[in-house]
Design a protein around this ligand. Sequence first.
Ligand code: DNO
Length: 349
Amino acid sequence: MKLSFRWYGETDPISLQYIRQIPNMRSIVSAVYDVKPGEVWPEESIARMKQQVEENGMLFDIVESVPVPEEIKLGTPNADELIEVYCENIRRCAKYGIKCITYNFMPVFDWTRTQLDKEAADGSTSLVMYWDQMRDLDPLKDDIHLPGWDSSYTQEEIRELISAYGELGEEGLWRNLEIFLKRIIPVAEEVGVRMAIHPDDPPYPIFGIPRIITCEKNLDRLLAIVDSPANSLCLCTGSLGCAKFNDIPKMVRKYSAMDRIAFMHIRQVTLMEDGSFEESGHLSSCGSLDMYEIVKALVETGFDGYVRPDHGRMIWGETGKPGYGLFDRALGAAYINGLFEACEKAEGK
Ligand code: DNO
């Protein structure tokens, strides 16, 4: 496996030098942040990031994310033109050594939580999604700004988007995903990039907006649209794992054996009775997911893709971007290293 760490570029309070000090750290996962979704990434920005990462002894070979503009997901008249821009970004990334590009097809909102700093008994804080807080939110009425959401939308724009997606429905979203994949995957194949779609987080509809990258049946459908390793998954254990209907070790084993996982996001969640969930420390004993079974499934199927520790808690007084501090993600990385070493040795690898 290729161990990686997400870094938000020059404005990230965590230095590349610190990230490099995590044992076995290989790649930086990042993106160009100085353009809006739907714009072409300046080559100088990609080149600059590559140079900074390499100066710090790591590789910049994986991108998260090239965002998919809403117009593509909605299939508006300019979608075609925007897909062309997307293809150009794939080509540009490949030119600078990128091997894997992460993206998602979630309407309007990326990941959804109700609180970013829920304090646990040990004084650490983490991101949570509590249904009793969620039920009180109405994006059509309230002026809500949750993390992971594009805060540049006005309330009016959000309302229009939500109603447009309501009309589009799940099948409409599938249709637009199919159009998108059939255009971008041949380009990715040609330039040697694997596209890794991130599952919807959480993997069920929120506020009545369709969400389709959610469960095994739908992942099968997605992979069949273009049957190529360039059309792969970013299998996020915490996103898929916050629905009880997803058996994560089983899904990891199946898609890894098919060579359709390009990127693994490894993180832990604690599921609650009513479907609420809390993000917790990476260890199996800290939450609902069996991390040993997940890594064992990867090792036994010969997984050779990218892995990153995902959201960490805030610990040791660290402040910063929720989910993306240094300390707990570094603990996650150390744990992931340990699991891989143990599973690989058990396999005689
Ligand atoms: C959350 C991340 C997601 C992910 C995008 C990929 O922390 O895992 O925001 O980067 O969904 O496009």
